[in-house]
Design a binder for this molecule. Sequence first.
Ligand SMILES: C[S@@+](CC[C@H](N)C(=O)[O-])C[C@H]1O[C@@H](n2cnc3c(N)ncnc32)[C@H](O)[C@@H]1O
Length: 367
Amino acid sequence: MGQKNSNANLKKAKTGKNDEFYTQLPDIERELGHYKEHFKDKVVFCNCDDPRVSNFFHYFSYNFEHLGLKKLITTCYKNQEINLFSQNNSEKAIYLEYVGDKNKNRVPDLSEIGIKHLKSDGDFRSKECVELLKEADIVVTNPPFSLFREYVAQLIESDKKFIIIGHQNAITYKEIFKLIKENKIWLGYGFKGGAAHFINSHYEDYASAGDHKEGMIRVSGVNWFTNLEINKRHEDLILYKKYYGNENEYPKYENYNAININKTKDIPMDYEGAMGVPITFMDKYNPDQFKIIALGIVGSIDFLNNRKMEILDKEGQPAGKFTFNAKGTLYRKYNPKTDKTPAFKDCENGDLYSSIYARIIIKNKKI
Ligand SMILES: C[S@@+](CC[C@H](N)C(=O)[O-])C[C@H]1O[C@@H](n2cnc3c(N)ncnc32)[C@H](O)[C@@H]1O
């Protein structure tokens, strides 16, 4: 194998390894408990799940009667590079259909589970898997994060209901944000403390000491994404702060007419204009209370100005590189009382600016 080829394979394998995070049963139980009424008489499809290791398969097969399911279908992906790192060491991609505890022994057993081999590798985009998808009502899984855009696009195109795990950063992907804005996808109830512990056998070389414990890797910012109705989505966020009288707490951006808010809980109750909130706001979003306007980045909003700035390093010293509009994001004046160091210096007038991490622009609908 040439050097180029082996590097490409290594890269592929590493990406695959990043995708080999297995979801714990208690996390699945905690989330899916909120969706019970949606499952009655439905065909559930877990299309990134080896039934021998997937707790999604475990959950749905053991709760089949309790949920009143019609059918459970599971497909498993078999890619050689990826499975070097995988916990499943099967020879072939398989798929499985389960229609319930027919022999009434109260557990799903092998005689009731139809295990079949797939002709191809079980890729969720493959013809066979797409055919199975057509049969499904609700797709539930933890798909590979590296293919999240494509994965969601397929679900939307095929008009399926879903409950899937993803990283909150996906909110800022252009394609995903569009769906969020159009109220076609929203966040579920979430993981304890906003972080998931995934089962992963490579936890030692893959996570820093603070982020792993025996067989498990902690990943922060992980959430559930769904398009099924849940009560949470209709609960108002209780607002207790006021903008008027506290304007200093909410500086306006230099390049967009909106106030900056650093923590969702600090959204003022009395501000009628546009507000830039952190992406974690999506966890509290109720479409009857707020309207989503845009993402605070180039391409999503029109900036008021286009100032040339010198980029400053961590010590606030010139880095010798230049940018426009703080690398295409929102920015505000540097405040020496609250900000460690400025991030940008205006090339024309020498003003110092602080950058703002990803923001969603919203408006309160009830004012
Ligand atoms: C994050 S893991 C989650 C596994 C399982 N759903 C769970 O939660 O325990 C993602 C899984 O998707 C599989 N996968 C990777 N690429 C895939 C593809 N193109 N089609 C289907 N599955 C894929 C990986 O092998 C991996 O097992």
